[in-house]
Design a protein around this ligand. Sequence first.
Ligand SMILES: Cc1cc2nc3c(=O)[nH]c(=O)nc-3n(C[C@H](O)[C@H](O)[C@H](O)COP(=O)(O)OP(=O)(O)OC[C@H]3O[C@@H](n4cnc5c(N)ncnc54)[C@H](O)[C@@H]3O)c2cc1C
Length: 344
Amino acid sequence: MGAVPEEYDTVVIGAGIAGLAAGRMLSDAGQKVAILDARSRIGGRIFTERANVAGSGDVPIELGAEFIHGLPAGTWDLVREGNLGTYELQGSQLFFIHNRVQKSDASHDAASEVLHGLKCWAQEHPASDMAFADYLTLAGIGGAAAQAAAAYVEGFNAADQGVIGAAALAKQQRAEDEIQGDRLFRVQGGYDRIPRVLARSLERNGASILLNHSVRAVTWSEGAVSIHTTAPTGRTLTARRAVITLPLAVLQAGSVEFSPPPAALMAQARRMRMGEVVRMSLVFRSRFWCGDDLLLAPDEYEAVTRLRRGLSGLEAQQALELLLERTRQTSTNAEFLRQIQLAA
Ligand SMILES: Cc1cc2nc3c(=O)[nH]c(=O)nc-3n(C[C@H](O)[C@H](O)[C@H](O)COP(=O)(O)OP(=O)(O)OC[C@H]3O[C@@H](n4cnc5c(N)ncnc54)[C@H](O)[C@@H]3O)c2cc1C
């Protein structure tokens, strides 16, 4: 006997953050919504495991997304809605290079400078595009600066510098600047609390989140979609429309069959590339590094302490003016701290 079709206004494929957010908007608008996911959990590439660490209880370990980059309104609305605790990362990034733990601040500053230059170049040449590696050559950037910028792009974007487009990177940089994307925040109890906020409100709206429902085929015409899932569920759901939030790699692999195929869309999807990344998280029995403040070098630490002391004695307006003035006058963090140290 065939499975009984189920009727919805919209079926969303994928219960990652994109699918949950789309489902929530539609169900808030009064639609009957189902969200399908092949996995036995929601969240997709947001995936928090918990490790029991002696003395600390359950510690969240992020296997997927870890940071809220800057102040994107949609994410922070969910943080507030779920009353979630967050904290901002301070101090320096440490790298283990040549058997020594080393800070990467100089390299980070050099990369930022190159990306700032790229943004200006893209504004002046709106019709130009090329691989980031070719842009470096064109702009005459070589040596340590090129190495730092390439390492940043390949590390942060998981993208081959010979493939990722300069125009897209410049666009991303502009978008990041608008939300202070260089600031990093973590969700205290684990990033997966954010998709859970959406799932809770979807449940309140009466939407269905159907896990272990792997979609194998989508047949559609204007205003009517049938979504066929694999065994053992083998269910077919019908809806007036579908929202597809499958990852690019799944679309490119063709593991979900679309009939008729959305040819123009698939042609664009084939032109895009996904970087590959392997993530390893290490859990240490005890903290071998000092408090966050001490991740700063001793001279920076002293400068920050002076900054705090100096500013605490000033009127709010006066302190703000000093900070703004020094921000405008300086181009690196180290220089900014030095200047504040002198003024305070
Ligand atoms: C290691 C790593 C670290 C990251 N770090 C950050 C970070 O710090 N900050 C940040 O902002 N972003 C980060 N990202 C990126 C971020 O995780 C993703 O951009 C985001 O989670 C993607 O959400 P999505 O809903 O578009 O896709 P996904 O989360 O991939 O959701 C797609 C869903 O589709 C489902 N699916 C696939 N095939 C089928 C099928 N046939 N039938 C039904 N369902 C199917 C999948 O199970 C999945 O749940 C990181 C990503 C990774 C991998």
